[in-house]
Design a protein around this ligand. Structure first.
Ligand SMILES: [Zn+2]
Length: 246
């Protein structure tokens, strides 16, 4: 009887030990689980640091700083109206280099620089066409910067990642620029060419990239195109002379 009694006692002791081990294990597991739910301090810091990057819409500042800020040609008056970053007109991506200036015409007579800027901006909502340009020169010679130089604009197809693009407004189907548009385009191209060290052979037409008749008048009149490039280079030379003469 005594043996059976002590065996029973032993059984109870083992049972309690087992129960204690189980309870401890469950408690430790529960505490570990709860600790996982509490955000760690480091993660919070990361979230705070990441937040501004997601809403950063001005990467061009960094891009532009990689290029010379000064040009021997004084900058023309430029109305900077950067497009909202979006996949249809301003992807917010850096170009690989600024090696070319590509000249365009809009092919939409009598529209203003502002209207074309606003059209590029609206593409983020229309979401059916990709189009833009770094600059649009208007009929009265006004210049609007839509995409900062050093950032990709959707104007020149395979040259987008190597160029800065200038769109030009015009009054009629011939695509000929008004004198004001022409003069501003020459000034802007001279400013950009001097700033990014671009020579005459690297000032090109959209036509030279894809064969598209753009800018139409300067595709149909090769002599006028050569004259345009001469005017740009002469503008730079005049500015260099003025600087050297102090
Ligand atoms: Zn074009």
């Amino acid at each position: 009887m005594e043996d059976r009694h002590s065996e029973k006692k032993k059984g109870i002791r083992w049972g309690r030990l087992l129960l204690w081990i189980c309870v401890t294990a469950v408690t430790v597991a529960a505490i570990w689980f709860l600790l996982q739910l509490v955000p760690k301090e480091d993660e919070n810091v990361d979230l705070l640091l990441e937040a501004p990057v997601e809403i950063d819409t001005e990467p061009q500042t960094e891009t532009e700083s990689e290029f010379p800020a000064e040009s021997v040609v004084p900058a023309p008056l430029i109305d900077k109206q950067p497009l909202t970053i979006n996949e249809f007109s301003r992807p917010g991506e850096k170009v690989d280099a600024i090696e070319y200036i590509v000249i365009h015409y809009l092919g939409n007579p009598k529209t203003t620089a502002q209207q074309n800027h606003d059209y590029f901006e609206s593409l983020k909502d229309l979401q059916d066409t990709s189009m833009s340009a770094n600059y649009v020169v208007g009929i009265d010679g006004e210049i609007i910067e839509c995409v900062p130089p050093g950032e990709i604009a959707y104007a020149s197809n395979s040259m987008n990642h190597l160029s800065v693009s200038i769109e030009n407004c015009h009054l009629d189907e011939s695509g000929r620029f008004t004198q004001e548009t022409y003069d501003s385009c020459v000034h802007l191209a001279a400013y950009l060419a001097a700033r990014y060290d671009i020579d005459r052979e690297h000032i090109i037409r959209h036509y030279d990239v894809t064969g598209k008749e753009c800018p139409l008048y300067y595709v149909e009149h090769e002599d006028k195109w050569e004259e345009f490039k001469d005017d740009v280079m002469n503008y730079i030379d005049e500015c260099k002379k003025a600087v050297s003469q102090g």
